[in-house]
Design a protein around this ligand. Sequence first.
Ligand SMILES: *Cc1c(COP(=O)(O)O)cnc(C)c1O
Length: 377
Amino acid sequence: MKSENVREIKLRLKPAYDEHRAEFDAAIQGVLNRGQYILGEEVNAFEGEFSNYIGASYGVGVASGTDALILALKACGIKRGDEVITVPFTSVVTVVVIQSCGAKPFFVDVDDSCTIDINKLETFLKFNTSKKIKAILPVHLFGYAVNMEAITCLAKQYGLWVIEDCCQAHGAIFNNRRVGSWGDISAFSFYPTKNLGAFGDAGMVVTSNAQLSEKVRLLRQYGWKTKNISESPGINSRMDEVQAAILWVKLKYLDQDNRRRIRLAEIYHEGVNNTPVIKPGLFTDFRHVYHQYAIRSSCRDDLKEYLATQGISTQIHYPLPIHLQPAYRRKFDSYGGLDMSEKIAGEVLSLPIYPQMPIEEAEAVADVIKLWLSKYF
Ligand SMILES: *Cc1c(COP(=O)(O)O)cnc(C)c1O
C-alpha cells in the first residue's frame, strides 16, 4: 500500500459551493420556481449590485468575459484599421477580442509587476504619430491593479479610449477606487476560477457612460430595445438568471474572500522571503487581490516538477507571450522589444490559491519550495 503522505494540493472549486451551500441552493431554487431563466429580475438586480460595488453607474450582464471585452470594444467604435495598445504577456483572450472587432493589438512591454510598463507607454505615446491607435486596454493581470491614474491621464492627453480588462481583478483597488471604475468601460469575467466566479460562464460590462452602456445593452441582444425590433446590429450574449442568482450570493463574500487570498499570499511571501525566488509584491490594501500568486524562478520547470512529485499542482500563466505564439508571430507591431514579457514567461509559476484553501496547505507549499531551494542553491 502507498504511504499516507499522498497529498494533493491544488486549486479546488467545490469548497466555494460547500461553504454557502444552503444559500446557493435556495437562490437556484428561487430562479427555477419563478420560471424566468434569461435576463430577468436576478440579472437586473445583480447588474445594479455589481456596478455599485465597483463604483460605476451601469452594469450589463453578458455571457462571458470574452464577450464583455468584445462588446466594450465595439461600443467604443473600435473597428477594422484601428489599433489598441495592450501587453503581450496576458491571456490570449485579450488579443482575440481586439481581432474580433477587426482591429489589431499594438504591444507595449510589461514591467516587473507583470502589467503594462507605464514609462514605456508614456514614451511611446509622446513620439507616436500613427492615427490608428484608438484605445488602451490595460490588463490587471493576476489581480494586480494597474496604475489607472497614469493610464487615464495619458489617455485623456492623447484622446484614447480606456477599456479595462478586469477579468482577474474583481475588488482590486488603486488609490481608493476599484478597478473597473477608472476606464471609459470595463470587462469582467465570472468564469468559475475567477475571484468572483459563477457555476458556469458569465461576464459583465461596467461603465459610468450612459451612451456606452446603452450600446452594449443593444449589442448583447440583436440590437433590440423592443423585442424583435433591431435598432442596430447585435449578437446573443445574455446572462442567465441562475448564474446571476449565484453571483449575487457570492458578491456578499467577495471582500472577505479576497482578504483570505491576501492572507495566503502573506504565507507564500514569508515562505520565499530572502531566497532567489522572485515573489510578487505583498499588498494588504487590495491593490493586489491575488487571482494568481505567481512566483518567478530561472529554474521554474525544475521547481514545477519538484512540486508535482510532492503532490502540489501548479500552473504556468502564461508560457509564451502572445507575439511568440504560432498564430500571432510577426503579425503585430510593438513599441521596441518585448524582452520583459519574454523573460517573465520563462520564469512564472502560479502556486495554488483560492479563498477556502487551508492555511496549512499554503504553509506546506512554502516548506516544499524551501526544501527545493536548499537542495539546489
Ligand atoms: C478569464 C479572462 C478573460 C476571459 O473571460 P471568459 O469569461 O473566460 O471569457 C479575459 N481576459 C483575462 C485576462 C482573463 O483572465
